[in-house]
Design a protein around this ligand. Structure first.
Ligand code: ACO
Length: 318
């Protein structure tokens, strides 16, 4: 028995923030942002676009495309670092909003790796026979977690949610998923909770030592994608699509180069969406599927790297 993606869905806020808008907010330029990141615009959550709302809307679309009723879902997993509450979790709010049964629902915090983390967990539940259908979601509102006057972070991020329904299948779906972490890098990329224990807390915003994160991300992802094919005992030449985390076009190109893959075989959304953290891989997967580029039976590699550090990949037949 395998686990397989049965359907995907997305939600993006309507508000668009362009590089020209950012030029009016901070000391930056369209040229700098485009050259260093590849981002041209991103979506910003408006009133009502909570993480739970976006996660629910993306899930509705994933259920519809999977031809699955909410009552069939056995487990709900939401990758997020920006849930409005520690509890109730976003996952329980999604459970209620969709009218799912009283199934387990939980949030998983793995920064930008959130979606590959929840896919891996869903895979374990399905392959063990504990669940038949699992709703996996990545959703974040990172723009609000940035200091709006900090040009080193505000230009990079966007908001959104992506989802997929994973189900038990006799046809091969997920082939290999593997996850990693290394907390020795924890201070290079941080997003504090508003502390209940330290009223004098000063730092409330996302912090990233971008150029140091960049170096580790490029090296780690290059190693990750090579290891994935080695562990799967497959040739990287068989890959149809790379669906990478959307942090920086230079990182994506370096990973594609390592796979010997042309950019015409890579799903890129960051030019229009920026880095949407846990939502990014899910949004890219949904775009690849809905645009007709990703076809049933094709070999797809999803990968992500983020705060923690955390990283991971999913090799699957769509
Ligand atoms: N506009 C103009 N200039 C800027 C801006 C800006 N928005 N931001 C920084 N600069 C300046 C810096 O001050 C610096 O100036 P200096 O040379 O005078 O000191 C110069 O540009 C170069 O800055 P770097 O930080 O060295 O630029 P770099 O080429 O590394 O690009 C970036 C920065 C885009 C952040 C890149 O390092 C990156 O993508 N890092 C990795 C991001 C990532 O993968 N994160 C993990 C996932 S995120 C998560 O998990 C939530």
């Amino acid at each position: 028995m395998y686990s397989r993606v049965l359907g995907t869905g997305s939600y993006l806020p309507a508000n668009v923030r362009t590089n020209a808008d950012l030029e009016r907010m901070v000391d930056t330029s369209d040229e700098w942002i485009t050259k260093r990141t590849g981002i041209k615009e991103r979506r910003v959550a408006g009133p009502g676009d909570t993480v739970a709302f976006m996660a629910t809307e993306a899930s509705r679309r994933a259920l519809e495309s999977a031809g699955t009723d909410a009552s069939e879902i056995d487990l709900i997993l939401v990758g997020t670092s920006t849930s409005a509450y520690a509890f109730p979790s976003t996952a329980t709010l999604v459970q209620h909003a969709l009218g799912c049964r009283n199934v387990p629902a939980m949030d998983i915090s793995a920064a930008c790796s959130g979606f590959v983390y929840v896919m891996d967990i869903a895979n374990q539940y399905i392959r063990s026979g504990a669940c038949r259908k699992v709703l996996v979601v990545g959703a974040d509102i990172i723009t609000a977690a940035c200091d709006q006057t900090d040009r080193t972070t505000i230009v990079l991020f966007g908001d959104g949610a992506g989802a997929a329904v994973m189900g038990a299948s006799e046809e091969q779906g997920l082939i290999l998923s593997h996850l990693h972490s290394d907390g020795s890098y924890s201070q290079l990329l941080t997003l504090p909770y508003v502390s209940t224990q330290d009223p004098a807390q000063e730092n409330r915003f996302l912090y990233m030592k971008g150029n140091e994160v960049f170096k580790v991300a490029v090296n780690t992802l290059s190693r990750l994608v090579t290891d994935t094919f080695e562990l799967a005992g497959m040739d990287k030449g068989e890959l149809d699509w790379l669906v990478p985390h959307q942090a920086n076009l230079r990182i994506i190109k370096a990973t594609a180069d390592r796979l010997g893959l042309g950019m015409d075989r890579v799903i890129v959304t960051l030019d229009r969406q920026g880095n949407t953290s846990a939502a990014s891989v899910a949004l890219a997967l949904d775009e690849g599927v809905r645009s007709g580029r990703i076809q049933r039976g094709q070999l797809i590699l999803l990968e992500a790297f983020g705060g923690g550090f955390t990283w991971g990949s999913v090799l699957m037949r769509y």
